[in-house]
Design a protein around this ligand. Sequence first.
Ligand code: DAH
Length: 336
Amino acid sequence: MTLEELEAARKKSLEETAAATDAAATEALRVKYTGRNGLIPALVKGMKDVPKEERPAFGKAVQAWRAEIEAALAAKSAASPAAAAGEIDSSMPGDWFRPGAEHPLSRVIEDTARIFARLGFTVADGPDIENRFNNFTALNTPAHHPSIDRTDTFWLAEDALLRTQTSPVQIRTMMANKPPVRVICPGRTYRRDTTDATHSANFHQIEGLYVDVKPVSLADLKSTLAYFAREMMGPDIGVRFRPHFFPFTEPSVEVDFTCHVCRGKGCAVCKQSGWIEIAGAGMVDPRVFKHVGYDPESVSGYAFGFGVERIAMIKYGIPDIRWLYENDLRFLSQFG
Ligand code: DAH
């Protein structure tokens, strides 16, 4: 091999190294050029056949080439040690990991907690298994009330039931704290309902309670829920109150939000009314204050409660409550 041929081979080897895209190709070049039976060792062995006067220059060029190609191959391998070790073939498509997504129910609960935190509300918690006093008696629900019936409530023992609402957390909060109290209480609730597109025997509610030693009014309740409606559903969403009855509030109201689909114009979702029923609420009944040891003459407050599933279904246009529990990735991954 002449010096010119050597130079051409050197150039070619560096071009091949630059073009190598995976560990196998890099390894093949190492074998071809610097391996035991490779071209460069063969040239070193053949030095004795090179004319004597050319030998020093030829030897120098071969050694320089070896250093150069070794460095180029090493640089290729260092770019991906795993590739160099043959563990990764970077020419193959990579593994694809589906990123996790927050469940729509968790999202509604988290958003609600964030919105009410700005108004000074903290999050309170209570157990799923309650006693008769917290779930019914202290909430001024008389013993003959239909909701206490075995057909509506999951009774576990004489004085143990799966809570039918998050309202018992109001009782626990007031019994454990002096006023003022300002809490929201998200949690699981249970009713002996037959499951269909809008009912589930296990669902979630968020309770709210504000009690203070200074006068609290229905107007305070309305402005708080109006703020929540705007923050949760959009800036042009309003609230309206309709008279209702709950044993633990007096007066009691049902709370509607402007239908966020038609923005109040009337559509199939709101049955042309422009409003969607969201929550129950009212001013805490004096009898409830008595049950928790508060003086009804010196405190006042409001309470409200709504279904998490209902908000999620309305906000995200989910037509069937069961989709929230099936953990179908085609559904869940839409909330990424
Ligand atoms: N607990 C009621 C229910 O499950 C909802 C509710 C209504 C909660 C009025 C309240 C309230 O705190 O004041 O239907």
